[in-house]
Design a protein around this ligand. Sequence first.
Ligand SMILES: Cc1cc2nc3c(=O)[nH]c(=O)nc-3n(C[C@H](O)[C@H](O)[C@H](O)COP(=O)(O)OP(=O)(O)OC[C@H]3O[C@@H](n4cnc5c(N)ncnc54)[C@H](O)[C@@H]3O)c2cc1C
Length: 329
Amino acid sequence: MLRIGEMGEKVDLPAQTIRYYERMGLLPKPERASNGYRLYQEPDVRRLRFIRSARALDFSLDDIQEILDLRDHGTAPCRVVMGLMARQIDANDQRIRELTRLRAELTRLHKTGLRMPEDVQMKILIATGRRPNTEGLGLDEAGVELGSRGQILVDAGLRTSNPDAYAAGDVLDRDMFVYVAAHGGMLAVENALTGAGRKYDAGYIPRITFTDPQIASAGVTEAQARQQGHEVEVSTLPMDVVPRALVGRDTRGFIKLVVDGAAVRLLGAHILAPEAGEIIQTAALAIRFGLPVSELRGTMFPYLTNSGGLKLAVVALGKDIAMLSCCAG
Ligand SMILES: Cc1cc2nc3c(=O)[nH]c(=O)nc-3n(C[C@H](O)[C@H](O)[C@H](O)COP(=O)(O)OP(=O)(O)OC[C@H]3O[C@@H](n4cnc5c(N)ncnc54)[C@H](O)[C@@H]3O)c2cc1C
């Protein structure tokens, strides 16, 4: 006999979910001990595992009820179908167990501050490593110079040390994004075929990390701007003053703008917020075209959008954000 907590540990489900399945008739009513505890039996554990896996495979509660009824009273053909479904569910169960183990391990490590075990490190390292694959292409014979990591070295127009050869994309070992590769490819072709001499401008490249909330950046950070000798002004606007974030009940994050105080132009924008990736492009355009901050301030942004937060951050430059109007016109 198992108490509900013990049962929950075995199947990795909270007690309230087990009670819910019980209320929905998917589990038989448990016995009651004299002290009022619900007491479950070993077959209930298997039944619960089955329910949990079926839910993870998006089976509805009605479908699960039907499957369980078939299992309890099924005819032979039904058992064959059941066997096939059980195999699918078992495979899923295996994955759930692995994820549960990993989650428990990471929680334990987080609590103890210990290093990650080898297998976890391996998984993360495999996911993060990228390098140019230029060996064996005969680039040396072609007179194309490589850097220390095997990357192809190019000038501002993406021309290599061989004047007839151009390169673009990840093989340059920088700005590794698909839209950068596409843009660089077009630019390299144009320069190679028409001699247009267009320059590759990496200074405004918008970058997004698809976490929750998202992280998006364009241009330089505050520290980089100072290193470059700019007279830096910064505006940091918490999302809890952005009307869109308030009505969407998700006020996590902030918008930080880095401005050249002398030229009064935007140098960088860094946003941690839901849909930050949708906001950043406006800032990237302003950085690319050196738009004066006064022009940004004088541009209408639609109300109840997160990108309206960008306008608020501009208006907030050198001001107390508590004094801002909601619509910051
Ligand atoms: C997991 C993952 C997720 C990503 N997500 C995003 C994203 O969300 N947004 C984004 O903008 N970017 C993303 N990227 C980056 C994006 O995929 C790359 O920046 C982009 O594909 C680079 O394009 P490329 O043409 O330079 O190189 P690739 O797309 O890598 O193309 C290079 C081609 O050359 C071939 N090749 C390599 N070596 C040789 C050789 N020696 N001989 C012959 N052929 C060779 C390869 O097989 C490949 O087909 C992601 C990358 C990864 C790995």
